[in-house]
Design a binder for this molecule. Structure first.
Ligand code: FES
Ligand SMILES: [Fe+2]
Length: 416
C-alpha cells in the first residue's frame, strides 16, 4: 500500500475525538504528503505590509521545500516569486528581510529580474539565441489585506475573496497598516506542525503552564467557547458592545472549519496581555477602541493565529521545517508613532507571550518525545476542554480525505 492510501485508510478508520496515529506526527512520508496536500495548496501568512514598506524591500519565507520571496515593487505593489534563479538555481534573496536596488539581482552571476513582473532583463555572456523571455522568475500568488500579506504556491489557489473580505472587516478597524513591528521572535518547536496547532487550540494546559497568560486570558472554555451561546450570555453582550463601537466581533467560522474570527473578552479589568493587565503601549491602535474590547482572535489553518488588542496586534506564523520541527514567528505591532521607552517597552510588550511561547515550546517537545515511543496510542481529547483540538483534527482529517480522495486530480496538487 502506498503512503497516501495508508494515510487515507488511517483517517477513515480513526477514532473520533482522539489524537492521531503516531505516523501523522513523526513519519517523513506522511509529512511529505501534508506538505503537498495542505502547505503547497493553501494560503500561507507571509508577513505584514509594514515589514516591507518601501519599493525594493523584500521578505522571504520557507514553505516546506520552497523558498518564496515577497517584494514591494517600484509601484508599491506586492509581488511574490519563487526564490530560485532561472540560471542555475541560486537563491536570489538570501536574508529574511532586505532591500534590493530596484531590481532583483542574483548574487551568483548577477542575472537580473524586474520586481514588477519577474522578467529576466540582464544575463551577461549568453549567446544571441538565448531567449530571456523564457527565463523569468516563477510567480507565486500574493494577496494583502488590512496589514497582512498571504501567499499561495499552488498553480490554482483556493478562493481568497471571502476570507479576504472578512479579514478586512474584522481586522481593518485595528488599523494595522499604521503600525510598526516593535518586536519579533522566531523559535523552533521540536514537534510536528499539527502538535503545535493542537497545543494552541486548547487552554486545558494553561493553568499548569501559563501563569503569565492566565492573569488576563480566560482559560475557562465556557468563557471563550461559543457553543450554546444565548443572547444574554456575557460573550454575546461583549460582541454587542464592541460592534456598537464599530468593531465587528461576532464569531464566524468558515464552512470547512479552516478559519475562525471571534472577539473574546479578557478577565475583568484586563485590557492587554501584560502582567498587570494594563496596556503595554500607551498609544491605542484605533481611536474607536476602548479599554475593554478584549482581543480579536483569528486562527487560519495551517499557518496563523492572531490577537488584535486595544494597544497592539500580535501575529503568530507557523511554518513546518521537518516531520518533527516547526518554526514559530511572533510579531508584536504597535502604533507607528509610539515611542520606545516612552509609550512602551519591549519587555512589557512581549514578556507574557515570550514566557507563554517558551512554555509551549517545552510542552510540545515533551509531547513529541512521548509520541516517538512505539507504546504511544491515540488518546481521548476532553470534549469539555479540548473542543478546539477536536475541531482542528477534524479539519485536518476532512481536508486530507477530500484532497487525497481526489488527488488523482493531480493538476490541483501542482505547484506553480
Ligand atoms: S545562479 Fe543566478 S545568476 Fe547564476
Ligand atoms: Fe500554551
Amino acid at each position: 500500500m502506498n503512503t497516501a492510501d495508508l494515510m487515507l485508510q488511517k483517517l477513515n478508520n480513526r477514532k473520533h475525538n482522539y489524537s492521531l496515529d503516531r505516523e501523522f506526527y513523526i513519519d517523513p512520508d506522511f509529512y511529505k504528503i501534508d506538505l503537498e496536500t495542505i502547505w503547497y495548496r493553501d494560503w500561507i501568512f507571509a508577513g505584514h505590509d509594514i515589514e516591507i514598506p518601501e519599493p525594493g524591500n523584500f521578505l522571504t519565507l520557507q514553505i516546506g521545500e520552497y523558498s518564496v520571496m515577497v517584494v514591494r515593487d517600484n509601484n508599491g505593489e506586492f509581488k511574490a516569486y519563487h526564490n530560485t534563479c532561472r540560471h542555475r538555481g541560486s537563491k536570489i534573496c538570501l536574508t529574511d528581510k532586505g532591500t534590493g536596488a530596484g531590481k532583483l539581482v542574483c548574487p551568483y552571476h548577477q542575472w537580473t529580474y524586474n520586481m514588477e513582473d519577474g522578467k529576466l532583463v540582464y544575463a551577461r555572456g549568453m549567446t544571441p539565441e538565448f531567449n530571456k523571455s523564457e527565463h523569468g522568475l516563477k510567480p507565486v500568488h500574493v494577496e494583502a489585506r488590512a496589514g497582512y500579506i498571504w501567499v499561495c504556491i499552488a498553480e490554482e489557489p483556493p478562493d481568497f475573496k471571502e476570507f479576504g473580505a472578512l479579514f478586512e472587516n474584522y481586522f481593518g478597524p485595528h488599523d494595522l497598516r499604521n503600525t510598526k513591528v516593535a518586536m519579533e521572535s522566531t523559535i523552533i518547536e521540536n514537534g510536528n506542525w499539527k502538535l503545535v496547532w493542537e497545543n494552541n487550540r486548547e487552554c486545558y494546559h494553561c493553568r499548569a503552564n501559563h501563569p503569565e497568560l492566565i492573569l488576563t486570558f480566560p482559560e475557562d472554555p465556557a468563557a471563550t467557547g461559543v457553543e450554546g451561546m444565548t443572547p444574554d450570555s456575557p460573550m454575546a453582550k461583549h460582541w454587542e458592545y464592541c460592534e456598537s463601537l464599530g468593531l465587528p466581533s461576532k464569531f464566524h467560522i468558515s464552512e470547512d472549519g479552516q478559519y475562525r474570527f471571534n472577539r473574546t473578552f479578557l478577565l475583568p479589568g484586563a485590557q492587554s496581555y501584560t502582567m498587570d493587565g494594563q496596556p503595554a503601549c500607551r498609544m491605542p491602535l484605533n481611536p474607536r477602541a476602548t479599554k475593554d474590547i478584549g482581543s480579536m482572535l483569528l486562527f487560519h489553518y495551517p499557518t496563523s493565529w492572531n490577537h488584535g488588542l486595544v494597544d497592539q496586534g500580535v501575529s503568530f506564523r507557523v511554518l513546518p521545517l521537518s516531520p518533527t520541527q516547526t518554526q514559530l514567528t511572533t510579531r508584536w505591532l504597535v502604533h507607528k508613532d509610539a515611542v520606545l521607552g516612552e509609550d512602551y517597552t519591549i519587555n512589557r510588550l512581549s514578556e507574557v507571550w515570550i514566557a507563554t511561547n517558551n512554555a509551549d515550546r517545552r510542552i510540545i517537545q515533551d509531547n513529541a518525545a512521548g509520541i516517538m515511543s512505539p507504546a504511544y496510542k491515540p488518546g481521548p481529547y476532553s470534549v469539555e476542554q479540548e473542543s478546539g483540538c477536536i475541531q482542528f483534527v477534524d479539519w485536518y482529517s476532512d481536508t486530507m480525505k477530500t484532497r487525497l480522495g481526489s488527488s488523482k486530480s493531480a493538476a490541483k496538487l501542482r505547484v506553480a
